[in-house]
Ligand binder design. Structure first.
Ligand SMILES: NC(=O)C1=CN([C@@H]2O[C@H](COP(=O)(O)OP(=O)(O)OC[C@H]3O[C@@H](n4cnc5c(N)ncnc54)[C@H](OP(=O)(O)O)[C@@H]3O)[C@@H](O)[C@H]2O)[C@H](O)CC1
Ligand SMILES: [K+]
Length: 450
């Protein structure tokens, strides 16, 4: 199950398509407002509510939600920036028979604040005064909920055009927007709740990464059929040991490491070899190079002389030199921001744009790691990682991810799907491993997830 992710312009297109298909815009807004009201009741059944409503349809959603909550006996106030500027928002305001305040210094906070100032239509930073009112009223609330997006967030980039409070929850409509899954905005949203508003089936190449369907082991298969991962050890073998161990726990049938000296502490099931011929083995399902490679770039050169599917991680990413060098190979690259910039230089645009451009240039799958990991394919598919514990920023965590990707690739998954599945499993392993885990604990958590 993966959920579509729509940038602001595509959201408007989906909305227009629904309207052209016979669903009036006011129905969409009614559905959005009703869903917002339901979410509010579930999270906080009786707290008095203050809605902040902006001039667009985001504010319109607030008027609908306020009407529903008032009908249900809740105490509701609405404070606005001014008159509605959109037809649907005017319609929504027309259905509200309570008082309307103008947002000012006089506006009293309420225990529950709902921010419906701006959503996908935010075009610039909030004015200073409005910004200050939002902050003050959020501080004065026991709970804060954002309608669609926190006001101040750019829907497409996840950048904050203005500082925003940290919300307890964000209720969004129709489809997730990139900002729901991109830093820094994602860290301010609280729980993100997606409501169906009747847009119908939404098509998009951009999707949230969901629980993968991993290939089931063939009951009459053999170890090679379950995937042979071959790892190249460099000058710091601890890192490749972690990757190899992760690959084994992620279900590869056979994991082998090329190394010139015996690596201590590896499970006996992982084969260590110093034979150069081992790399010519046609049964290799994925070759992994980079973790602990250190300053041994010939290892990457060697890997690129072979035709096996490749995972290129860590030090080997910088050693690529020119993205063109990867064209014609079957590669998954796993850079963090620093490694990404070292290989691709500065690319203009959002994180999503940059990952896709890099995938195009290198004709490779790019796993652009961070608190908001993205998986980009040259054909335009883009996977957004669901939120994962911050503890993943720990030594060896990337080595584990590279090992899982290599295992899934060797198990026969298509490269983009293998990378997405690994990102999902890595994040869930961190949840299973609990607080203050080390990378080895992630490996230990992999078995039941893979
Ligand atoms: N997804 C859907 O299908 C539906 C979404 N709904 C909700 O609608 C909003 C998007 O509504 P829209 O009217 O396009 O945009 P906003 O409400 O976010 O804001 C637009 C207005 O705000 C003005 N604006 C923008 N930035 C600022 C700013 N920094 N300061 C002051 N004013 C600002 C803008 O004015 P311009 O001068 O820029 O034109 C607009 O007047 C979406 O987020 C959902 O909540 C529907 O309810 C249902 C369908
Ligand atoms: K909002």
């Amino acid at each position: 199950m993966t959920r579509p992710i729509l940038p602001a312009a595509a959201t408007v297109e989906a909305e227009q398509a629904a309207i052209a298909g016979g669903t009036p815009e006011t129905d969409l807004m009614e559905n959005a407002g009703a869903a917002l009201a339901r979410a509010i009741r579930l999270m906080s059944p009786w707290r008095p509510v203050l809605f902040l409503a902006g001039p667009g349809n985001n504010g319109g959603d607030a008027f609908v939600a306020a009407r529903h909550l008032l009908e249900q006996g809740m105490q509701v106030r609405i404070a606005v920036t001014g008159a509605p500027k959109r037809d649907a928002a005017r319609w929504a305001k027309g259905g509200w028979h309570g008082e309307v305040e103008l947002i000012s210094e006089e506006t009293e906070p309420a225990p529950l604040l709902v921010d419906a100032l701006f959503g996908t239509g935010l075009g610039r930073p909030l004015g200073e005064e409005l910004q200050a009112h939002l902050m003050r009223l959020a501080e004065g609330a026991a709970m804060t909920i954002a309608c669609d997006l926190p006001s101040g967030v750019d829907a497409d980039s996840g950048e904050m055009l203005s500082p925003i409070p940290r919300y307890d929850a964000t209720v969004t409509f129709g489809a997730l927007k990139p900002a729901h899954r991109l830093a820094p905005a994602m860290q301010h949203m609280g729980d993100v709740i997606l409501a169906d508003i009747g847009l119908g089936e939404v098509e998009s190449d951009w999707r949230e990464i969901g629980k993968p369907e991993l290939p089931a082991p063939d009951p009459v298969g053999h170890k090679y059929g379950r995937g042979l991962v071959h790892c190249l050890a460099g000058s710091m073998p601890g890192a490749i040991a972690l990757s190899a161990h992760a690959a084994a726990r992620a279900g590869a049938g056979y994991v082998r490491v090329s190394t010139s000296r015996m690596i201590d502490g590896l499970p006996s099931a992982i084969v260590q070899t110093d034979s150069a011929d081992a790399l010519d083995d046609e049964r290799i399902g994925c070759l992994l190079v980079g973790p602990g490679m250190g300053d041994v770039p010939p290892l990457l050169t060697l890997a690129l002389t072979k035709t096996h599917p490749l995972v290129i991680d860590a030090d080997a990413i910088k050693a690529v030199g020119e993205p063109d060098r990867l064209v014609g190979h079957d590669v998954i690259l796993t850079p963090h921001e620093g490694e990404f910039e070292a290989l691709f230089g500065e690319i203009e645009g959002t994180k999503a744009d940059r990952a896709l451009i890099a995938a195009q240039r290198s004709q490779s799958i790019i796993v652009l790691k961070g608190p908001d990991t993205l998986v980009a394919a040259p054909d335009g598919r883009l996977g957004f990682a669901p939120p994962a514990p911050a503890g993943l920023a720990t030594a060896g965590s990337g080595d584990v991810l590279a090992g899982i990707i290599a295992a899934f690739r060797a198990r026969g998954m298509e490269p983009f799907e293998a990378a997405c599945a690994a990102v999902w499993v890595h994040g869930r392993a961190a949840e299973v491993a609990g607080p203050n885990f080390i990378a080895d604990d992630l490996v230990a958590a992999l078995g039941p997830l893979s």
